[in-house]
Design a protein around this ligand. Structure first.
Ligand code: GDP
Length: 322
């Protein structure tokens, strides 16, 4: 197939900074408009934690399962049709069970745990899992080093992000977010290379504080973005002054950032060249442009893969790719 091979050679390479659900939906659109092999997701591992003895990488798994077409679409995470015998059995034995991990999901995390114990890294393990699930895009954990994101709440407690999100159900009393582990971590294998070789770098519509924030906190990543030859385009996860899903509003407020597409654009202004925001926020376009960003406004609520593909097209167009 010489024509297909030529098209493949010519297709741009795109690197995407990614969290979980918002990123996964966006990536599903991106691989509908580009050969999936040309897409590399650089994924937050700040949410990683050991649960029930297995190493869970929530964002890496959400992205992998979504690109594999296997995600539980209702929840946005976990595997479709998964059962819960393991967690129920552990619950019956007196274990905490607030982190709901399905049986097959548990087995995949068990694989990761076994491979890590054998000395394989997170990147090698992510590669094995995505290959086994038939995902053609590369999925790169942001670092091999532990990078737990810690949320400090008003009563002084320091919660792992998953404790804040899943156990405490994201209370509105955020005082600070501690990314110091990421600030001392090394970029994962392939991360800086993917940024250097990309024709476009996109920030998925992910939580700017706890998904994109940890990736940007890793030493070397900001420099790589600033020296990359590729334009950088971000997609707003805030639509009409609120997150589509999740606690981004509480975290942004806790850090004193306005909960709006403009607030997010302000966080990214030094790194990004372009910004995609939702049509309902069209009135903010001049203010975002005044930050020095090129802007596109369109429907960004990715209810269907078709909408996600349009959002991806808009981001690529802002990056100068047809
Ligand atoms: P998490 O780690 O699973 O919370 O995933 P992300 O950080 O990738 O995604 C969370 C963010 O995605 C939230 O701030 C949501 O507002 C945003 N998000 C989710 N779905 C959509 C969507 O369809 N459109 C847009 N624009 N943002 C979305």
């Amino acid at each position: 197939m010489p024509t297909a091979m030529a098209a493949e050679r010519e297709a741009p390479q795109v690197a995407v900074l990614a969290g979980g659900v918002g990123a996964a939906r966006f990536l599903r659109g991106l691989v509908a408009v580009l050969p999936p092999e040309r897409v590399t997701a650089i994924v937050n591992t700040g949410d990683d934690r050991v649960f029930y003895g297995v190493h869970v990488s929530p964002d890496v798994d959400i992205v992998t399962y979504t690109l594999a077409g296997r995600v539980d679409a209702q929840r946005g995470y976990g595997l479709e049709g998964d059962t819960t015998a393991v967690i129920e059995t552990l619950e019956g034995l007196g274990h905490e069970s607030w982190f709901r991990l399905g049986d097959r999901d548990f087995a995949i995390c068990q694989h990761r745990t076994l491979r890590l114990a054998e000395g394989a890294g997170l990147a090698a393990t992510a590669e094995e899992i995505r290959t086994a699930l038939g995902v053609a895009s590369r999925i790169l954990p942001m670092s091999e080093d532990p990078c737990p994101t810690i949320v400090e709440v008003a009563d002084g407690r320091r919660l792992h992000f998953e404790e804040y999100l899943a156990r405490e159900r994201s209370p509105d009393n955020v005082k600070a977010v501690d990314l110091s582990a990421a600030e001392h971590a090394r970029p994962g294998p392939g991360v800086l290379e993917a940024l250097a070789h990309a024709d476009a770098i996109l920030f998925a519509p992910s939580n700017p504080v706890v998904s994109i924030g940890p990736i940007l906190a890793i030493p070397g990543v900001r420099d790589a973005l600033q020296t990359a030859r590729a334009p950088v385009v971000a997609v707003s996860p805030i639509v009409g002054g609120a997150p589509v899903k999740g606690p981004a509003d509480r975290l942004l407020r806790g850090l004193g950032v306005e909960v709006s597409a403009l607030g997010v654009a302000g966080l990214y202004r030094e790194l990004a060249d372009g910004f995609v925001l939702d049509a309902v926020d069209e009135a903010l376009v001049p203010a975002v442009e005044a930050l020095g960003l090129r802007v596109r406004a369109l429907d960004t609520i990715m209810r269907t893969p078709e909408v996600a593909a349009e959002v991806a097209r808009a981001a690529l167009a802002l990056a100068g790719l047809p």
